[in-house]
Design a protein around this ligand. Structure first.
Ligand code: CP
Ligand code: NVA
Length: 304
């Protein structure tokens, strides 16, 4: 079992340097090729990943669990419904206990501060599997997908359309780390975090008109208008975002060869038109698959 005094954590994209991120993505592509060619690679034999899910998940759970199995290790799914976390055991105590038994911990929860608290009390690396504030693992897959299909993203224009949510905040971090220009088209009242935006004002701008924001863009990205935990705001949000659906007319304003990404789950007819998500310039299935390859590279980076 790996016990290090100061483990590396992956809570946001800025926990890795730009060079480390680029190397990780190149490694993810290599691991994908090896997996497809049936090459066995088990550097994590006897290693265990604990996975705490306080919110639902399809991709994150399966990609981490399958990824750990492919690397020779194992993963344990932990839900607050069945653990003492759900009965009020402190996060700090849970971190102390789990990190004496497993080699790495992934957490999906609401408050980003909870992941930071957990990491501060963990002896082993902690991975953010989504908080209300960030979704950095998704950005690894998104960057891998663009780079594999279109080459370097440095200097490119990326447009985020919709809610200034956890994915949008993470795209702002990606704009800094991967050095691209990010236009954010969101309605007033749904901006990304003002501090993150202000700290990255040299690379990011708000463009309220989504059509203008997409003009000449190399990558168009959106996400649900109603993130997990916002279900009660559904009616108000659907009204506020009515002009922000990514449709074919909007995509036609993007640069030739532009790609469409969506972290999924998608709601056709809401944030994205069926004609966009099911078209050839939509690469959302590659993006979803790359969650597994990118996270295998992340696990290797943190544990080997
Ligand atoms: N994109 C993503 O994180 O999907 P899940 O919620 O299914 O894990
Ligand atoms: N913004 C979405 C992403 C889901 C993967 C949410 O937080 O629910």
């Amino acid at each position: 079992m790996t016990v290090s005094k100061k483990p590396r954590h992956f809570l946001t994209l800025t926990d890795m340097s730009p060079d480390e991120l680029r190397a990780l993505i190149a490694r993810a592509t290599e691991l994908k090729r090896m997996h497809r060619n049936g090459v066995a690679h088990a550097p994590l034999t006897n290693k265990v990943l604990g996975m705490i899910f306080e919110k639902s998940s399809t991709r994150t759970r399966v990609s981490f669990e399958a990824g750990m199995a492919q690397l020779g290790g194992a993963a344990i799914f932990l839900s607050p419904r069945d653990t003492q976390l759900g009965r009020g055991e402190p996060i700090e105590d849970t971190a102390r206990v789990l990190s004496r038994m497993v080699d790495c911990i992934m957490i999906r929860t609401f408050d980003h501060a909870d992941v930071e608290t957990f990491a501060a009390h963990s002896r082993v690396p902690v991975i953010n599997g989504l908080t209300d504030f960030y979704h950095p693992c998704q950005l690894l897959a998104d960057m891998q997908t663009f780079i594999e299909l279109r080459g370097d993203i440095t200097g490119k224009t990326v447009t985020w359309v919709g809610d200034g949510n956890n994915m949008c905040n993470s795209y702002i971090g990606a704009a800094r780390q991967f050095d691209f220009h990010l236009r954010i088209a969101c309605p007033e009242g749904y901006d990304p975090d003002p501090q993150i935006l202000a700290a990255n004002a040299d690379r990011c701008e708000i463009v309220r008109d989504p059509g203008k924001a997409v003009d000449g863009s190399n990558l168009v990205v959106t996400d649900t208008w109603i993130s997990m935990g916002q279900e009660e705001e559904k009616a108000r949000r659907e009204k506020a975002f009515a002009g922000y659906r990514v449709d074919r007319e909007m995509m036609n304003r993007a640069a030739p060869g532009a790609l469409f990404l969506h972290c999924l789950p998608a709601y056709r007819g809401k944030e994205v038109a069926e004609e966009v998500i099911d078209a050839p310039d939509s690469v959302v299935w590659d993006e979803a698959e790359n969650r597994m390859h990118a996270q295998k590279a992340l696990l290797e980076f943190l544990l080997c």
